[in-house]
Write a new protein. Structure first.
Length: 279
């Protein structure tokens, strides 16, 4: 069962529209001429996203003293950096809330993994002199390819690590590409940065990532630490390298490592317990 690019794009179009908005948001945040009004215009396209942004801006999570009643007010008061973080959380929650039967992944585990990996990526990139916002998005959406494969009408269940310990080899044999490659293809389609796409595509073997080695190694390490925190995904309990060679490749200074982990852990603890509402 081979899945081509067109099929992947079609399957991706069935995912929450906020994913495409999140990608365009990354482009606007990289543009020095972007204004808050541009962000408001982009977010307002999706009523569900608009509702959750206003709701989160009024939560204790962001500590605003006065209630926000409109999207314009919420974006203006939260600011560029926080609004990107907030929209990422909404996108991840919309995308990763169900059980993945193909991978025997219970509801909630994918969300926890996404939040942990995103928080770690942001902390690593900021200390390595990289783009923390782009890194956050990379970590947060790493597993979107699993959702697409799971939702495919011809999905074949992963037999488990005992029978097929190399998940990525099984995916390639079954679908012609891995879930990681599906994620990279969709991020490219949704206009995420080339660095984001490359880190996604190459993070399983960062030592071969060339000019993108730092970002790929940061994502590899984020996956490793998330697994150590108990947030690993099926097929990925082993295989991650959290060692000095990978640290060196990531560009995160040794003296910054502990601080990055503490920051990410605190962010994960804060974000993973958000109470969501559709009302």
């Amino acid at each position: 069962m081979r899945l081509g690019r067109d099929t992947i794009i079609t399957l991706g179009s069935a995912l929450p529209p906020a994913l495409g908005i999140f990608g365009r948001l990354q482009s606007r945040l990289r543009d020095p001429d972007s204004e808050l009004a541009d962000i408001v215009e982009l977010v307002r396209v999706d009523p569900a996203l608009t509702f959750q942004v206003i709701r989160l801006s009024n939560s204790v999570l962001y500590g605003l003293r006065n209630h926000c009643n409109s999207l314009d007010e919420a974006v203006a008061r939260v600011g560029f950096a926080e609004i990107q973080q907030m929209i990422g959380l909404v996108v991840a929650k919309q995308s990763f809330q169900g059980e993945l039967t193909l991978y025997q992944t219970p509801a909630g585990r994918l969300w926890e993994n996404a939040v942990a990996t995103g928080a770690l990526m942001s902390a690593f990139a900021s200390r390595a002199g990289g783009d923390a916002a782009a890194a956050y998005a990379t970590g947060l959406l790493r597993s979107i390819g699993r959702v697409v494969l799971n939702n495919h009408t011809g999905a074949v269940a992963y037999p488990g690590e005992a029978e097929r310990p190399d998940l990525h080899a099984w995916e390639r044999e079954t679908y012609g590409m891995t879930a990681v490659e599906v994620s990279a293809l969709l991020l490219e389609h949704w206009r995420f940065s080339p660095d984001t796409v490359a880190a996604m595509r190459l993070h399983l073997a960062p030592e071969f990532a060339g000019e993108h080695a730092a970002g790929a190694a940061q994502l590899h390490l984020a996956c490793a630490v998330a697994a150590e925190w108990g947030c690993h995904l099926s097929g990925e309990a082993v295989g991650w390298r959290n060692d000095p060679a990978m640290h060196a490749l990531s560009g995160v200074p040794d003296e910054s490592w502990t601080g990055a982990l503490e920051e990410a852990r605190a962010q994960f603890a804060k974000f993973s317990v958000i109470e969501w509402s559709d009302e």
